[in-house]
Every structure is written in structure tokens, then in C-alpha cells.
Design a protein around this ligand. Structure first.
Ligand code: FE2
Ligand code: FE2
Length: 389
């Protein structure tokens, strides 16, 4: 028995303002009501899995704000990049094929020996995390939908665009390293993993940011912190399971995520300073519609509920839980000093009240959720072996 909780990175949908202004496309999520997972059971209490997509919700006059912040980005955000010469690279954590064949084979054998103590559940989570990293083309695409900060040419000298490209280049190492480690481990079905990645990049992501950079940067702040916590917890489990190298890998990735979290959090902090009403509304809006994990449309060609099953294991293993979500909310409320904001419009004040009261609501909801029996589910990523969700 375990406490059922919210789907990964989800929070309850509680109305506090009128519906958004324009809607265009209805977005569909692959689900199967026949095999309702424990997480979906909770999601049905909190938010619907599909919603209308709103586009370009930021008024054009706000573009000026982002233009005026360009020099601030150069001074305060770009220094958070790590110069390439000081960055780690995946090969530093992997068996080095440039050695003699005997040494290389020995290192691969040692790697395969080290992972023997890690559970199948751990590998499902590592694959899900790797895929989340490796679907990077989706995220760079989404970033470049944000009005006022997008990379207009693919190599724009605009500081916002320089940040996005550098961020993407740093992130690219995460998926590369985890994928190669998984490949060498021999514990996972690479063909199914590769298919999942192709399906998932093809499906894209609906983060609900409405091309709106205020909302987009709220999302990225939460997302970076969530990945920081996730990789950090995976590092702990790897250490306990007897693989110190994998622990170092996950810990090193977590440190990158922490630095990225710092950048996006700083952007929201600045936006709260120059435009508190719009920023507060954006935070409220994103919290209301819930922050969804970017790979929520993942699919392996077999299990229509693979994302929910993956999320349930994450909750069960304590890698990313609804408690973490409530703690993240507390963290950002404190970090952005949302309770102290003054002089807001009545609409922004309602958003402020909503957001500041949310951690308590999330915790209450978590306590109300019924305990369900765990059940076995097959995962294609581990050769259709069963794990309990
Ligand atoms: Fe990452
Ligand atoms: Fe990151």
C-alpha cells in the first residue's frame, strides 16, 4: 500500500480568474480509460488531461519590456553559462574507447557489474529521465515560440537567444551521457527506448505557455528545479544501489539543473520588479493550469499510459513526489517574495492569494487521496518485465 498522489509535476486546477482570452486548437492526450492508473485516478480529481491551447496571450506592447531587458540579460543571465572549456563532457564519465581494447572491455564489464545492484524500477526511471533530457529538440522549439525572446534566425546575437542556445548546448550533454550509460549497462531495451524517443519528439509538448515569455519562464523555473530534485534523488539511489559512478553522473547533471534554475528564477524575479502585475498573473495562470512535465506526451508504441505509469513509479520510489511539488511551490513563493508584493491590481491580488494558498491546498489534497493497492505493469524499456506502479 502507498499513498496515491498527483501525476508528476501536476498540481490541482482551482479556478481563480476568468478563462483565458483566446483559444485555438484542442489538444489531445493519449489515454486509456480502461486501465486507469493510480496517478490518473488522482488527476481526474484535479485537472483534465487535455485543454484548449491559447496562443500569443502577451499584448504586443509588452515586447518593449523584453527588448529593454537585453542588456540586463547580458550582465545577469549570460554569466550563468559555463564556458565550454570548463564544462564536463559525457566521455569523462564513460569507458574510453580510445584506450586499448582490453582496457575498454574491462571498463564496460566493470560498469555492467556496478549496475547489478540497481532495481528494474530504477532503470525505468533512468530511462524516463534520459528520454526527458533527450527530447531536447522539443524544448528548444518551445522556447523559440516565446514572443519577444525567441531566436529569430537560429544564430541571433540577441542576448535572450544566446542564452537559449547555450542552455540547449549544456542540456544536450545530459541525454547523451545517460543514453550511453544505459546502452552500456545492458539492462534496457534500446530499440524500444529509441522508438519511444522518436514517438515523443514527434508528439511535442504542450506546456501551456501561450507563446508568452512571462508564463514560459515560470514554467522553466519550475521545470529546472524539478529536474534538479529528480536527478539528485536518482544520484542517492544509485549510491545506495552500489554504483558510485552513476551517482556522480546524476549528481553532476543535477548541478547543471540547479544553475539553470538560478537563471530562470532570476528572470522571473526581474520581471516581478519591472512588471509585477503581469508577472503575478502569469505565475497564477501557470499554477492554475498546472505545470506538466515536458515529456507528458511520451509513448512507446505499446502502452498508452506509459507517462502515468512512469510518474507512478517515480512517486513510489520517492524520486519526484507530490510532496516535492508542494515544497517547490513554497520555495518559489519565498524566493520571489510573492506574499510581500504590494500595490497589485485586484486581478493580480487574486492570483497572489491563489498561489500563496496553493501549497496548503496541494498538501490537503494529497492527504485526502485514497490509498490504492499497487499493481504490476509491463515496461517495454526493460524487455516487458513487470514493475509495480
Ligand atoms: Fe537537463
Ligand atoms: Fe536544465
Amino acid at each position: 500500500m502507498q499513498t496515491t498522489s498527483f501525476s508528476q509535476y501536476n498540481i490541482p486546477s482551482i479556478a481563480w480568474v476568468s478563462p483565458p482570452p483566446t483559444t485555438t486548437i484542442l489538444h489531445h492526450k493519449i489515454t486509456s480509460s480502461g486501465s486507469l492508473s493510480r496517478v490518473l485516478a488522482v488527476a481526474s480529481l484535479t485537472a483534465t488531461p487535455s485543454r484548449h491551447q491559447v496562443t500569443h496571450s502577451m499584448p504586443p506592447e509588452k515586447l518593449e519590456i523584453f527588448k529593454n531587458l537585453e542588456s540586463w540579460v547580458s550582465e545577469s543571465i549570460l554569466p550563468l553559462r559555463k564556458p565550454v572549456q570548463n564544462c564536463w563532457q559525457p566521455i569523462e564519465f564513460l569507458p574510453d574507447p580510445s584506450q586499448g581494447p582490453d582496457e575498454f572491455e574491462q571498463e564496460v564489464r566493470a560498469l555492467r557489474q556496478r549496475v547489478l545492484g540497481l532495481s528494474d524500477e530504477y532503470f525505468v526511471l533512468l530511462v524516463g529521465n534520459m528520454l526527458t533530457e533527450d527530447a531536447l529538440p522539443t524544448y528548444q522549439t518551445v522556447f523559440n515560440t516565446f514572443d519577444g525572446v525567441r531566436d529569430e534566425t537560429g544564430c541571433s546575437p540577441c542576448p535572450w537567444a544566446i542564452w537559449t542556445r547555450s542552455w540547449s548546448a549544456e542540456e544536450n550533454r545530459h541525454g547523451d551521457l545517460l543514453r550511453t550509460y544505459l546502452y552500456l549497462s545492458g539492462r534496457v531495451d534500446m530499440l524500444m527506448i529509441e522508438k519511444t524517443l522518436q514517438y515523443s519528439i514527434g508528439a511535442g509538448a504542450d506546456i501551456g505557455a501561450e507563446n508568452n515569455p512571462y508564463m514560459g519562464f515560470v514554467y522553466t523555473s519550475f521545470q529546472e528545479r524539478a529536474t534538479f530534485l529528480t536527478h539528485g534523488n536518482m544520484a542517492k539511489l544509485a549510491k545506495e544501489g552500489g554504483d558510485p559512478v552513476l551517482a556522480r553522473i546524476c549528481g553532476t547533471i543535477a548541478a547543471d539543473e540547479k544553475r539553470h534554475e538560478k537563471a530562470y528564477t532570476r528572470i522571473i524575479e526581474k520581471l516581478l520588479e519591472v512588471d509585477p502585475n503581469t508577472t503575478m498573473l502569469a505565475i497564477g495562470n501557470m499554477m492554475k493550469k498546472r505545470i506538466r512535465m515536458p515529456l507528458h506526451l511520451m509513448y512507446d508504441g505499446q502502452d498508452p499510459n506509459i507517462f502515468e505509469h512512469f510518474s507512478a513509479i517515480s512517486e513510489r520510489q520517492g524520486v519526484y513526489t507530490s510532496r516535492d511539488y508542494a515544497e517547490m511551490l513554497d520555495f518559489f513563493i519565498t524566493r520571489w517574495e510573492l506574499e510581500k508584493l504590494e500595490g497589485l491590481t485586484s486581478e493580480a491580488r487574486r492570483a497572489q492569494d491563489f498561489v500563496c494558498g496553493l501549497p496548503c491546498k496541494v498538501r490537503k489534497l494529497e492527504n485526502r487521496v485514497k490509498k490504492l493497492e499497487s499493481r504490476p505493469v509491463k515496461f517495454s524499456w526493460i524487455f516487458n518485465k513487470q514493475v509495480r506502479v
